[in-house]
Design a protein around this ligand. Structure first.
Ligand code: GDP
Length: 361
């Protein structure tokens, strides 16, 4: 049983063609949900796929609403956020379900029109995000100008956590600026992550980039500031903790990079999801509408409080209707009778994938 503090309910947002489908597929591969990566698309063909298409093509059981995978001791629930602007209501409904998100950006095109639309929605729902600069292998890839665009166009405070090793066709991996190690990806699908010392020719740049990272972090932690002033080493755990808190309060956006298509950097992104994005426990209150008075109310996310849940997707299965539900407060068990606030009717929960409860804090 995975403790709730190790659950991440996340979505992936991206401008069309920046690699959301490829990245989703790689995440499922590295977490063992699918066993083979088939190259169905050549880089840059423009084809897109959502989870449903993936499901059809690969004959695997993932759904368009949500899919679960496990990375080390973290359970990642990947919730599909429709990216198309026409589906704004659907997008907004799924945003209410997320605790965090990955913003995929193309290393060449940077911040594009749909990134702007989704950014506004993400800010409105106060969703903490990690930026993933994808397509680092492409001609013209420039992660530093993407970081600048995050600052200029989206008004975010990006925190570059990696330095690239090689560029464009020679992109080999990344330097982790917290651990100060070089990460290379080997094996047919990059499944072996090799952690090695930083190559001699990049030491100076990596050191400079780390100093910038620490400078920015010192604005969020007095302890880091003191350690820097005293010339002491800053412990890794303190850096992780500071980044996590600043990400959750939307004051920083951690930036990672890689090439989903070339299988480089996805494992580091999975580590980043576990380190920097919140668990459902970190959501203390939620805003809801009282169905009787129509007044806006603030609900405490607690297992002993009345049930408050959002049905965010309904699918018809052979066995009956399946409702994907996000629980905010209370506990939901098989056999319970709950009130549908839209219809006012009471419904019995015939089957429940698991007993859902909000954690006691
Ligand atoms: P989506 O529209 O955001 O879901 O993007 P896709 O995952 O369908 O990718 C769009 C195109 O970009 C496809 O042809 C992919 O093969 C290609 N692509 C995805 N990731 C990368 C990458 O890291 N490098 C390169 N060169 N191409 C990529």
């Amino acid at each position: 049983m995975i403790p709730r503090s190790n659950i991440r309910n996340i979505g992936i947002s991206a401008h069309i063609d920046s690699g959301k489908t490829t990245l989703s597929e790689r995440i499922l591969f590295y977490t063992g949900r699918i066993y083979k990566i088939e190259e169905v698309r050549g880089g840059g063909s423009g084809a897109t796929m959502d989870f449903m298409e993936l499901e059809g093509e690969r004959g695997i059981t993932i759904t368009s609403a949500a899919t679960t995978c496990t990375w080390n001791d973290t359970q990642i629930n990947l919730i599909d956020t429709p990216g198309h602007v026409d589906f704004t209501i659907e997008v907004e409904r799924s945003l209410r379900v997320l605790d965090g998100a990955i913003m995929v950006l193309c290393a060449v095109a940077g911040v594009q029109s749909q990134s702007l639309t989704v950014d506004r929605q993400m800010k409105r729902y106060r969703i903490p995000r990690i930026a993933f600069i994808n397509k680092m292998d492409r001609l013209g890839a420039n992660p530093f100008s993407v970081v600048q665009a995050l600052r200029d166009k989206l008004n975010l405070n990006p925190l570059l956590l990696q330095y690239p090793i090689g560029s464009e066709q020679t992109f080999e991996g990344v330097i982790d600026l917290i651990e100060m190690t070089a990460h290379y990806f080997a094996g047919e699908n990059g499944e072996q992550r090799l952690i090695l010392p930083i190559p001699e020719n990049l030491r100076e740049q990596a050191q400079e980039a780390r100093e910038k990272l620490l400078d920015l972090l010192s604005m969020f932690s007095d302890t880091i500031m003191e350690k820097l002033l005293d010339g002491e080493a800053v412990p890794q755990a303190l850096m992780w903790e500071t980044i996590r808190k600043a990400t959750l309060s939307l004051q920083l956006t951690p930036v990672l990079m890689g090439s989903a298509f070339k299988n480089k950097g996805v494992q580091n992104l999975l580590d980043g999801i576990a380190h920097y994005l919140p668990s459902p426990n970190e959501r203390e209150v939620v805003q809801a509408i009282d169905s009787q008075t129509q007044a806006s109310v603030t609900v405490d996310c607690h297992p002993d409080n009345p049930l408050l849940a959002l049905a965010f997707k309904i699918t018809d299965e052979d066995t009956g209707q399946l409702t994907y539900t996000r629980l905010y407060s209370g506990t939901l068990r098989q056999g319970d009778t709950v009130k549908n606030s839209r219809t006012g009717k009471r419904v019995r929960i015939d089957w429940c994938g698991c007993t859902l409860t909000t954690d006691k804090r």
